[in-house]
Design a protein around this ligand. Structure first.
Ligand SMILES: [Zn+2]
Length: 258
């Protein structure tokens, strides 16, 4: 059985998980076949916490990034500490969901983060909500950006087709298992060439674990969902999505000591 990877989680965030909880959840993840995970930062302090957690645990990697919700407070210059554990820039992007969003600060921040990704030759984990047209036009100014992921994708089927056409990878999580998203309705098995699995824990707990806090091991249920949806085996989903994550983020073989 191929192993799984949780490509977007917040297990390092002590606002959501105690140290003891995080340790227990890492062990549970291994029991459920999840060998590697990427802890995603949402601001400078949180990204530092993700790095500390990754450096302390085998199989854990991390990102550096400032989420668009913090755009107004974010202050350049951004200094990234180099580490073998740092595998991406994220989560970064645009979010026009809440009525008081500030477009210009979000754009400026995203440009700075894209610049950083290009300089460091790292892929991005993108958070884009109700802002895909603007996102696509902004990201087009960075042709050297490495193949990157649209995390927690929930836009229209047309937008999904466009995102795939533009070369993006798609992060699928528990949202797909309970929100009856249109974009995942008519998928075929070749979607696996561009799909990544994630939990976004502690959020978006997948069916059949709704009602409790999400954790990296539950990426298994997202794999099961996608397998059923596509009419393929969970093993094939694991094999393909793990291949994609390792390729984009250059993760080492989990059998090798890090
Ligand atoms: Zn997230």
């Amino acid at each position: 059985m191929a192993y799984l990877i949780d490509s977007h989680t917040h297990l390092h965030d002590r606002e959501f998980f105690t140290e003891a909880q995080a340790t227990a959840m890492l062990a549970n993840a291994h029991r459920l076949g999840v060998e590697q995970l990427i802890c995603i930062g949402t601001n400078v302090t949180d990204s530092q916490a993700a790095l500390r957690f990754a450096e302390a645990n085998n199989g854990v990697f991390c990102s550096y990034g400032v989420h668009p919700e913090f755009a107004a407070q974010a202050a350049a210059p951004f200094t990234v500490t180099p580490s073998d554990k740092l595998v991406c820039i994220g989560e970064v992007g645009l979010d026009y969901h809440y009525p008081d969003y500030d477009k210009s600060s979000q754009w400026q921040l995203l440009e700075e983060m894209l610049q950083l990704a290009v300089e460091l030759e790292l892929p991005c984990s993108f958070h884009v909500r109700e802002a895909l047209p603007d996102f696509f036009s902004l990201v087009a100014n960075f042709p050297k950006l490495k193949p990157s992921v649209l995390h927690s994708f929930s836009d229209s089927p047309e937008s999904l087709a466009l995102a795939l056409d533009k070369g993006f990878y798609i992060g699928v999580n528990g949202l797909a298992t309970f929100a009856h998203l249109d974009c995942y309705k008519n998928l075929t098995a070749d979607f696996l060439d561009r799909a990544l699995l994630e939990t976004d824990a502690p959020f978006l707990t997948p069916v059949p674990k709704r009602g409790i806090i999400n954790e990296p091991g539950y990426v298994k249920y997202v794999a099961d969902y996608l397998a059923k949806k596509l009419g393929v085996s969970p093993d094939l989903v694991a094999e393909k999505t793990t291949h994609n994550v390792r390729q984009i983020f250059h993760l080492p073989d989990p059998g090798r000591s890090e």
